[in-house]
Design a protein around this ligand. Sequence first.
Ligand code: GLU
Length: 579
Amino acid sequence: MKLRTLALLCALALPLAACDSARDFIGALSFAKSDPALDKLPQDFMVAAAHPHATAAGLEILRGGGSAVDAAIAVQLVLTLVEPESSGIGGGAFMLTFDPATGAIEALDGRETAPASATPALHLDDAGKPLKFFDKVLGGKSVGIPGVVAMLEMAHDEHGKLPWAELFPYAIELAENGFEMSPKLHEWLIRLPSINEMPDMRAYFTHHGVPYTVGTTIKNPDYAATLRKIAAGKSDAFYRGDIAGAIIKAVAEAPRRPATITQADFDAYQPKKRAIVCAPYRVYKICSMPPPSSGGITVLQIMQMLEAFDMAALEPGSLEAVHLIAEASRLAFADRDRYIADSDFVSVPIVGLIDPAYLRGRGTAIRRDRSMGKARAGTPPDGSQAFLQGDDAALELPSTSHFSIIDSGGFAVSMTSSVEFAFGSHLMAGGFILNNQLTDFSALPEIGGRPVANRAQPGKRPRSSMSPTLVFDEDGKLYVILGSPGGSRIIGYVAKTLIGVLDWNLTMQQAIDLPNIINRNGSTDLEAGLAHLQPGLEALGHEVKISQRMMSGVNAIRITSDGLDGGSDKRRIGTAEGE
Ligand code: GLU
């Protein structure tokens, strides 16, 4: 298939409204149990990703007999180009895979690492005070060693069917011939005048400082050249050739906060296989990403504490349902902030944090008639080593991307990928954006004389919230593939969507559409579709904040007896397509 223009893809694959900016979507309470869209579900394979071109690239690979991992590689290479504000080969990612032939569920960690030059004082100014968030983000000191390419190669070595180089043509052709500026990319270029401070971004995305308009064809020959090198030389070409050299140079010569990354930092980078975290939820088993992401453990804690309540008996979006979700979420975030960081550097009581007996006890703090207010961290089994942790400072920006893929053999990939902030550090090398993932370390290395678990250290991976997730039914069959962008709100976006499909029997799209409900152990943040609950929640003791839209980006697939039920978040411009 040689469809390469967004307009054509939109005309063929999307309702036109979805090709406009998603800015008007505010979450919908849609409870219809039967959905006409379910009449003719794809039967064979599916891709749900954040941009029509990415979905199309993945489908092209699946159609040609590629595996879900092959498709994931093609999707990521295209996202790097068309959704550079969110993810790319200059960033990091986590991937979950499920192989129905063996039943194996794997968690791959392609998170960025801090270079040897990074110290715990990374985010402090000369006076020892934490820098403002934006000052930390821009420039060289926030750039971690990218992990995406190494992780994708690791996945391909085990689960690839097509030759590595055959996964590249869609992205190379698109970079060379040009892609159309999407409304979302344009919107964020306009919102972030900081792009003009960085010469490479200014030259690539703007005409004399004015972002190219929607629909402008953007060509990226530098990225095409980078892709050709990686297609030929695999991750060696990225980590040991002139691509690494270009990254080292861009960071050293950064207009803001130049920093030192060396070839030795690239040589030391290793993607890792991690032991997956899983927990039961009613008849299901939910599996997600372990540290250095806090996402999996925190999602599992929320779900396990909600198990004590008959969520299915509550109306979606009802006062009681929202109250319970918010309360469970407070408790989970209190533990998250105390205990979770890179488990290669600090001891994280992973088993204890998702221990059912521990969570049953902890869940008794949830009362139906009032909010507990600020929750305190618990003491999970093996959790005697309590750390303090800085708050997660990520703003609500369109960074990070999630995609879900299932191939015709039933092999599944759930992958969340990120350059952290919108357009990462705002530095570019080889035609792609460099991440600012090191801002996910705690700004403060210690609090009250005690070290913070998530402080910056050489070689360490910053704590993440990314939560690529897989759900299995009572027969052990794969039921849902999902995940979301959204900084630490990812956890709430994933939990809401899980409750939508597992408790409320909503379709994938209906569950994604539900207005978002976030509590990170502070205010209860709701999308406008739930604004009517504000007085009731305040009466229970919640501080309530209403947002018109929260930028979730759930791209998910539900495997039903009728076929593959995909959903893509209308708050962004993705698509779920299958055959
Ligand atoms: N850097 C964040 C994380 O790893 C993701 C940022 C986002 O989703 O916007 O958790």
